[in-house]
Design a binder for this molecule. Structure first.
Ligand code: FUB
Length: 376
């Protein structure tokens, strides 16, 4: 979320200034910012799923043989970039749907707007969705009127929405980036949390402290702040328990430390199951990796295994992993269309496992002429 440009991004910025005038077309119905970075489209592993709106944080699900993607709906806004992500001023959600990966993508109408959520004030960040007994559930973080992130839920009989929000956020919820995983026994769990602008560090005891630290910095020798997990009730609307910390351990069984920015949790939880093992994946935030850790229970602990995705263009990185048609797919986002961190576009590429269950690290860029056709 923060604004600091990485070395990786400053070079394209310089190139963009030299090559102004040959920019790509921008999404039609949104603000049209100047593109700050410039790479040829062929240098990206995959292309945006949609170009008519800006989208990010894609949570993909397969229902009735179709692929539904629940992204953040990015918009341009007046707020300057800062380390707390104040520039992510999204106020509604749109659902994407496709019959097959690589096929046409339908952009649904507004699925939920902040004005229709009684408790929420602003910043509709990364959502997820779930299905149970004929009802679709949209889970979303938003700031309440006191400026604290909470997680809400809204329901619909149609996966595209519109969704109707519950009048209150989920009791005991805080921070951002809900991801709901349903295990083979039908139990559903919500993973959530994000540091810095995601406020996890201001909710250490599950109670929001507006004067709490702004970041996790300065705790390099302590265990890193942990994402949270809570089992959901049968009606999918509440937690059955006080959220628990999700432990991410190193290869020696020790918790990853706060100073381990290449591996510690930052935001963007996702859970999937592969060959009986639980794969907890997440963003490392300020180092811009998608990383994963593997365990034997949905509650963890999880042992760090490596990276799923190297840094994309743009500051944030956020994903989901689903199986479709016998293959595994990584949905992610970058800033290819706009060159701006706050205006992102979702993408998909195939994900491959090694025989030992580890995931092959994906590079979101390709050398010119080296594309192997794995992406879409
Ligand atoms: O899109 C707003 C926030 O940025 C998300 O909630 C984070 O995961 C990051 O992508």
């Amino acid at each position: 979320m923060p604004m600091k440009l990485r070395a990786l991004e400053t070079l394209p910025l310089a190139i963009a200034l030299l090559t102004a005038g040959c920019q790509q077309s921008q999404p039609a119905n949104e603000a049209r910012p100047a593109k700050e970075t410039k790479r040829d489209a062929s240098e990206y592993l995959s292309q945006p799923l949609v170009k008519d709106i800006y989208t990010a944080d894609p949570s993909a699900h397969v229902w009735n043989g179709k692929i539904y993607v629940y992204p953040s709906h990015d918009i341009d806004g007046p707020t300057p970039e800062d380390d707390l992500g104040s520039h992510f001023e999204m106020h509604d959600y749109r659902t994407l749907a496709m019959d097959r990966i690589g096929g046409p993508v339908t952009i649904g109408p507004v699925a939920l707007d902040v004005k229709d959520v009684p408790w929420a004030d602003k910043q509709m960040w990364a959502p997820d969705a779930a299905y149970r007994n004929g009802t679709y559930y949209l889970y979303f973080p938003a700031k309440d009127k006191a400026g604290a992130f909470r997680i809400g839920v809204a329901t619909s009989k149609d996966p595209m929405g519109p969704f109707k929000a519950q009048p209150q956020p989920i009791k005991g919820s805080y921070s951002i980036d809900p991801a709901v995983f349903t295990d083979d026994d039908g139990s559903s769990y919500m993973y959530f949390g994000g540091i810095w602008g995601g406020q996890l560090q201001r909710n250490i005891d599950g109670k929001y402290d507006p004067d709490g630290s702004k970041t996790d910095l300065g705790q390099d020798d302590k265990p890193a702040l942990a994402p949270r997990v809570a089992k959901l009730t049968g009606d999918m609307l509440e937690f059955t328990e006080t959220p628990r910390a999700v432990q991410i351990l190193d290869e020696k069984g020790k918790p990853l430390l706060g100073g381990d920015h290449d591996r510690r949790f930052f935001e963007a939880s996702w859970m999937h199951k592969y060959k009986g093992k639980y794969y907890f994946s997440y963003s490392t935030g300020d180092t811009h990796y998608l990383a994963y850790a593997v365990g034997d229970s949905p509650y963890g602990p999880f042992t760090y295994k490596g990276r799923i995705l190297e840094p994309v263009e743009g500051w944030t990185t956020h994903h989901s992993i689903v199986e479709w048609n016998g293959k595994w797919w990584l949905f992610y986002a970058d800033s290819q269309l706009s060159g701006q961190t706050r205006l992102r576009n979702v993408k998909v590429t195939e994900l491959h496992y090694n025989p030992d269950g580890t995931i092959r690290t994906i590079n979101p860029f390709v050398a010119k002429g080296a594309k192997d056709g794995a992406a879409h």
